[in-house]
Design a binder for this molecule. Structure first.
Ligand code: ADP
Length: 297
């Protein structure tokens, strides 16, 4: 089943072409990563999918619901974690979640029933009675995510859920997101600035100035756009430059860097009797750089 189907979606603001006839599909249960530098058109697309913003043209379906026609059903099927929390800093976690549930017509008892499955999964016990303002960044995100799950969405939109968090908090937030994916089979639509977070995605779409420049699995993108790099440390003339043409002299000392496949690297190291070297597998950062000409961070 397709969770999201987007066909030739266009959004023009007065004289800005923000989204330029993009098409993509997301299967139910997938972790989908939507990448692009600032201004690429990510928020515009997400806001359209979430019924917050009107499209200029194109077709969007969320499951079998058509955007502009079945917007209530769409809103009932999705949860959104915004970059800035919508929770009240002065209230406790409990008060925040109960009051949010009332927006969906749930009384306290019903709200607790809905939140209960997530209580354990997100380890809310210790922070339940604490004020939101006194929580760490990672704990706040955890509560934000539970807040977005109150209407039992089948798709969760996470807009840069880990921006500004330290690496440890980021990995903790990911622990919870992964639990959600695996235990609840919720489709996750993710935007992020951290390329290492998209390695486990089922599908990655890269947006550049309103156009899709890549739509594939991380593994396929890496094999297409990110070669392995070899750094070797040796006397300049000793390396057989004929073997490879595209190496690059890196620093003032004898460091070289080159894009090669594994077979070429083995031959190169053997033939040149290189004893000191480092090999780096191509990363999603390389993919992004190759496709957009820019670093994501
Ligand atoms: P991203 O989320 O990838 O950073 P946006 O979707 O926010 O990108 O923006 C895409 C483009 O549309 C940018 O050029 C931005 O300046 C422009 N844009 C966004 N919102 C508006 C608006 N309300 N009016 C005019 N232009 C806008």
């Amino acid at each position: 089943m397709k969770a999201i189907t987007v066909n030739n979606l266009i959004k023009n603001y007065k004289n800005v072409n923000a989204v330029n006839s993009i098409s993509f599909e997301i299967n139910e249960g997938e972790l989908f990563a939507f990448l692009g530098e600032n201004g690429a058109g990510k928020s515009t697309t997400i806001n359209i999918l979430c019924t917050i913003l009107k499209k200029t043209s194109g077709d969007v379906k969320i499951f079998d619901y058509e955007l502009d026609k079945d917007d209530n059903e769409i809103r009932n099927s999705i949860g959104i974690v915004f970059q800035n929390s919508v929770l009240d800093f002065k209230l406790t976690v409990e008060e925040n979640l109960i009051s949010r549930a009332s927006y969906y017509g749930l009384n306290r008892k019903k709200a607790l029933e809905v939140i209960k499955p997530f209580f354990e999964m997100f380890e809310l016990e210790d922070i339940w009675k604490r004020k939101y303002e006194n929580l760490s960044g990672g704990q706040r995100r955890r509560v934000d995510i539970v807040r977005a799950l109150i209407n039992k969405p089948r798709i969760l939109f996470l807009d840069e859920p880990t921006t500004g968090l330290d690496p440890k908090s980021r990995s903790i937030v990911w622990k919870y997101i992964n639990k959600l994916r695996l235990e609840q089979k919720i489709t996750i639509f993710l935007t992020t600035h951290y390329m290492e977070e998209v390695v486990d995605a089922d599908r990655v779409v890269i947006l550049d100035k309103g156009n899709i420049v890549a739509n594939d699995t991380p593994a396929n993108l890496k094999s297409k756009y990110a070669n392995t790099k070899l750094y070797w440390y040796t006397v300049q003339n000793k390396a057989n430059n004929k073997l490879i043409s595209n190496y690059e002299y890196k620093y003032e000392v004898d460091h070289y860097i080159v894009d090669m496949n594994s077979e070429e690297i083995r031959t190169f190291i053997y033939e040149n009797q290189i004893t000191d070297f480092e090999v780096f597998k191509g990363s999603m950062d390389d993919v992004f750089l190759k496709l957009t000409g820019k670093e994501l961070m």
